[in-house]
Design a protein around this ligand. Structure first.
Ligand SMILES: [Zn+2]
Ligand SMILES: [Zn+2]
Length: 171
């Protein structure tokens, strides 16, 4: 067992996620049992990682069931896919915002190793935690959590603008 500290950009709180690393198997870690369901989550994760803004539409996510190898048992139907998607959103593995799907705070904790190796720049310039789909500095485009950006903006003496922690430019 290990405890991952992660920033939840949905409510702006630092949360702790308990991960079961006993067998080191990602399939076990994500508690996604049938291999085809795990494959579906992997496709969504891959699509989120490779998308320029690190989020995909719900329709895109659901369409990914067609990428799951046909020969896997318990191949999800469109209905099951919708159900799985809501389960993952409920469990904060994913998060949905205005029809866009990205990783939730549990997903960030679960897949931190993958995110760090594939997207080394995906961390918040303010709090240094992993940040996939937050906001970014207009000058250097360094990522920031929406929460951290909001806190910067509402801090004392910020009526003239705030300095980016990445490039020191005022925005
Ligand atoms: Zn942050
Ligand atoms: Zn900047």
């Amino acid at each position: 067992m290990t405890i991952e500290r992660v920033m939840n950009d949905e409510n702006g709180e630092v949360q702790y996620v308990l991960l079961n690393l006993d067998d080191g198997e990602m399939m076990q870690r994500s508690k996604v049992k049938p291999k085809s369901h795990w494959e579906f989550l992997k496709q969504i994760l891959e699509a989120i990682i490779t998308s320029p803004d690190h989020s995909i539409t719900e329709t895109q996510a659901l369409g990914l069931i067609f990428k799951i190898p046909r020969e896997l048992p318990k191949h999800p139907s469109s209905e099951t896919a919708e159900q799985l998607l809501s389960e993952w959103i409920e469990g904060h593995i994913l998060v949905k915002n205005e029809g866009e799907v990205t990783l939730g705070f549990v997903g960030v904790a679960e897949f931190r190793q993958i995110i760090m190796s594939r997207l080394p720049e995906a961390h918040c310039s303010v709090c240094k935690e992993t940040c996939l789909a937050g906001t970014s500095c207009p000058h250097c485009s360094k990522a920031m959590h929406k929460t951290c950006y909001g806190r910067l903006r509402s801090g004392p003496g910020t009526s003239v603008g705030v300095k980016c922690h990445g490039c020191n430019n005022v925005f």
